[in-house]
Design a protein around this ligand. Structure first.
Ligand SMILES: Nc1nc2c(ncn2[C@@H]2O[C@H](COP(=O)(O)OP(=O)(O)OP(=O)(O)O)[C@@H](O)[C@H]2O)c(=O)[nH]1
Ligand SMILES: [Mg+2]
Length: 351
């Protein structure tokens, strides 16, 4: 199995915030008349105002957090220049393009309506339209009124507050109690190097890793902070990160099987699933693959047998793995890859 991947670990992960956007006003049209020697009554020659700069958001796959917007919350585009005499048009204000991570959902803050869901690299959306430039008096000349003394003012640029919410895009979401071995597994099958330690809540931010299998196939896994019982009441950290697995097609549920566990693995699995359901029943409808972890540190097989029996009953595909010795990992990755492929082809047919 060839292994490669991406890794990100920001010092501060930001996945939800408000920004203010103000597009530029259009420039005013100009009132002006030709003044030339020997041309007694020169016609109107006031040019149009320039368009105001718009504000656009652009999805970029090399960003993984909205941290830039945390430090830069106001975006104000320049106005268009006013039109001038001699039919000179005002220069348009420059657009501002704000780069955000792929997976960013953009809402109008006031109405809470979704404006865009930026899921493709390079996808752009105009979030505040620059005002149109006003027409100069030259544009109003008619056979009846050959010397109009008025011009249009420029239009106001759009202004609003937006709510940006990042929901990472990954194929597989890894869930489980803190310390279950989630980060160890992602570091074992991809190039991601998240922090791993023998205490709960080591992972504070989601991590993405690309796992490869077969010749040149791969899928993206997301490792999120562990979930504990009572997470829906705000216990632990994991609950707020569940939004990052909402878009995954499969959940990989890790359960510690080493001798150090004190609670039955079936109770653990059910407790974590209860929390998932309390966050969103839709998460429970996703196919789950269960992996009993740390089997290198397991001497009794009782827990393994109970868990595998339970999974069979629940129709969860079950694997027993060790991220330390690599036992079972290759088979697990291959299975996940196949399931991801199935999901992708289904989406292509029906989606
Ligand atoms: N023996 C053994 N230890 C493991 C294995 N996988 C993980 N561990 C250990 O278990 C501890 C927790 O691993 P992590 O990968 O940090 O667990 P996590 O699920 O990411 O934990 P949180 O980030 O706190 O939710 C670390 O000390 C790992 O070295 C395994 O397969 N075998
Ligand atoms: Mg971790």
């Amino acid at each position: 199995m060839r292994i490669w991947g991406i890794f990100f670990n920001t010092t501060m992960f930001v996945d939800r915030l408000k920004i203010f956007v103000q597009a530029g006003d259009g420039g005013n049209g100009c009132v002006s008349f030709r003044r030339e020697a020997y041309v007694p009554r020169g016609g109107p020659n006031g040019g149009n105002g320039g368009k105001g700069g718009s504000i656009l958001l652009k999805a970029s796959s090399d960003l993984y957090t909205l941290i830039d917007q945390k430090y830069h919350q106001h975006y104000i585009a320049p106005r268009g220049a006013h039109g001038e005499g001699k039919d000179k048009y005002g220069r348009a204000g420059k657009d501002i393009v704000v780069r955000v991570p792929v997976g960013t959902m953009v809402y109008d803050f006031e109405s809470k309506t979704l404006i865009a869901d930026l899921i493709q690299e390079g996808e752009k959306v105009i979030v505040a339209q620059g005002g149109r430039g006003g027409l100069g008096n030259a544009a109003f000349a008619t056979s009846v009124n050959r010397a109009p003394k008025y011009a249009q003012p420029g239009e106001k640029g759009e202004t609003r507050w937006l709510l940006l919410e990042l929901k990472l895009l990954a194929d597989i979401g890894i869930i489980g109690l803190p310390n279950a071995g989630k980060s160890t597994l992602i570091s074992c099958v991809s190039a991601a190097r998240p922090k791993i330690a023998d205490y709960p809540f080591t992972t504070l931010n989601p991590n993405l890793g690309v796992a490869s299998y077969g010749r040149d196939k791969s899928f993206v896994m997301a490792d999120i902070p562990g979930l504990i019982e009572g997470a829906h009441e705000g216990k632990g950290l994991g609950f707020q990160f569940l939004r990052h697995i909402e878009r995954t097609s499969i959940l990989l549920h890790l359960v510690d099987l080493s001798d150090s566990i004190t609670v039955s693995p079936v109770d653990t699995l059910e407790a974590v699933n209860r929390e998932l359901g309390l966050y969103s029943p839709l998460l429970l409808e996703k196919p789950q693959v269960v992996a009993g972890t740390k089997i290198d540190a397991m001497t009794e097989e009782d827990h393994l047998k109970t868990l595998s029996r339970y999974c069979r009953k629940k129709r969860f595909k079950f694997f027993a793995i060790s991220a330390v010795t690599g036992e079972g990992v290759k088979e697990l990755v291959k299975h996940l890859g196949k399931e991801v492929e199935k999901g992708r082809s289904k989406n292509r047919i029906f989606g």
